[in-house]
Ligand binder design. Structure first.
Ligand code: SAM
Length: 419
């Protein structure tokens, strides 16, 4: 980074760029008010200052999702720029972090996402549940699964997925999903997953059960334990596992994951139910460049980065299990499009189209808070193409040292105001 002493730097009258030192006290989100100066924020949390269990509190860890931003960052900007009763928009809602945090503060929230799985996940997190029914339903489906497990695990492997097995109420699978699912799951694991899937229709909170099933499926895939995010091919032989530092066997069953995630889900929903308010939350499965967005007070979002993640492919198992519509071609900045000059231009156009559409529904002087890793320096041009002025750009030093994905980079928080 250009700034060595981390003092706030004024680059010109309009745009204020602030760098933050790593020596100050981390900002506690609950202390932030509308009056807190940006220059007093300390957002460079280390792993110790903001450990993973706090970043993944309550429903934030209902299901893994690569590319989320951290809820504490969102809470700080919600507290600074919004008040209860207002409406915040996230046009790239992803796993729903903005919407979850907004509800805690009594702020209404609207989200859009192009990925059907993400929309389901965000809805499952933000729905208003009767927590007693949640617990009853999850315990009931689990008990039924346990009963059926015997018949499932004793089923000879030679049986095809299409065979009638009276004790195993797995719904038939299509030929296409048969190919993907048979390739990535051991036969018993697949039978257990399909069995759970066939029971879901008997319950009220079906999306929540789908999230449990999807999380179990993610863990039950035949992938190395250290490569759940980007597995390249099924791992069918024993392998050396970097995560556990020993030889591990490919997973053969799913029931242990279904069990674990069922109980974990009950607890997470209960925890969040104590914090959420009656503020409204809506999430739509739409391209946010074309959506008819209702009037909003402001925006907090983290757009996809250019050429980094394929958001559909990331949860392919869920698309195959549930037959969700795949709109990968409409994803902005997909990894499969790369980071060529052409891809970067298409990315800028895509992001500009979204924010131009958003600005049509944003009140004058409303804030757009955009969290982005801008290592390709694309956001100056994006801001210039929009009807906004830059109030500040806060640089956040991201320094995580967990797992094999340890990383260190800068993230920008662009604070734009609509003209
Ligand atoms: C960085 S992620 C957002 C993560 C989110 N802030 C969270 O914490 O979960 C970007 C999201 O933008 C979505 N997306 C990409 N192109 C889109 C489009 N044209 N319209 C709506 N959403 C889109 C992706 O599916 C992805 O979920």
């Amino acid at each position: 980074m250009p700034n060595s002493d981390y003092l706030p730097v004024l680059t010109n009258e309009e745009s204020r760029v602030v760098y933050y030192a790593g020596t100050e006290k981390p900002t506690r989100p609950g202390d932030v008010t509308a009056e807190t100066p940006l220059s007093e924020l300390y957002l460079n949390w280390t792993e110790k200052e903001l450990p993973e269990r706090e970043r993944t509190k309550h429903v934030h860890r209902l299901h893994p999702y690569l590319g989320k931003y951290i809820p504490q960052l969102v809470e700080i900007f919600l507290r600074k720029f919004f008040t209860a009763g207002q409406t915040v928009l996230d046009p790239f809602a992803g796993s729903g972090t903005t919407l979850v945090q907004a509800s805690e503060l009594g702020i209404n929230a609207i989200g859009y996402d192009i990925s059907a799985f993400n929309v389901m996940l965000a809805r499952a997190k933000t729905a208003c549940y009767d927590v007693e029914i949640v617990e009853r339903e999850i315990r009931d489906i689990l008990a039924r699964m346990e009963k059926l497990a015997q018949s499932i695990t004793h089923t000879p492997h030679q049986l095809s997925l299409f065979d009638e097995v009276s004790t195993l109420p797995a719904t038939p699978v299509t030929q296409a999903e048969n190919v993907y699912l048979q390739e990535w799951f051991a036969p018993d694991a697949l039978r257990e997953l399909l069995c759970f899937r066939s029971l879901i229709n008997d319950y009220q909170y079906q999306d929540l059960l789908r999230v449990i099933l999807s999380r179990a499926a993610r863990s039950a895939r035949m992938t190395p334990h250290f490569d759940l995010d980007f597995p390249k091919k099924p791992q069918i032989e024993p392998y050396f596992c970097y995560k556990h530092d020993r030889i591990c066997q490919p997973t053969t069953t799913a029931l242990q994951f279904i069990r674990r995630y069922s109980l974990d889900t009950v607890k997470r929903i209960q925890d969040y139910a104590r914090l959420r308010t009656s503020a409204t939350t809506e999430i739509w499965h739409q391209d946010s460049a074309n959506a008819h967005i209702p009037p909003i007070d402001g925006v907090i979002t983290s757009p996809p980065y250019v050429g980094l993640i394929d958001y559909h492919e990331q949860h392919r198992y869920a698309y195959e299990l549930f037959g969700f519509e795949n709109r990968h071609a409409e994803e902005i900045g997909a990894a499969s499009d790369g980071t060529s000059k052409k891809a970067k231009r298409a990315y800028q156009e895509g992001i500009i189209n979204v924010f131009a559409n958003v600005c049509r529904s944003l009140k004058p002087n409303g804030y757009l808070i955009v969290v982005a890793g801008d290592k390709h320096d694309l956001y100056g041009d994006i801001a210039a193409a929009l009807d906004v002025r830059t109030e500040a750009i806060v640089q956040r030093h991201v320094n995580r040292r967990t797992g094999r994905r340890s990383s260190e980079f800068y993230e920008s928080v662009f604070i734009w105001k609509k003209n």
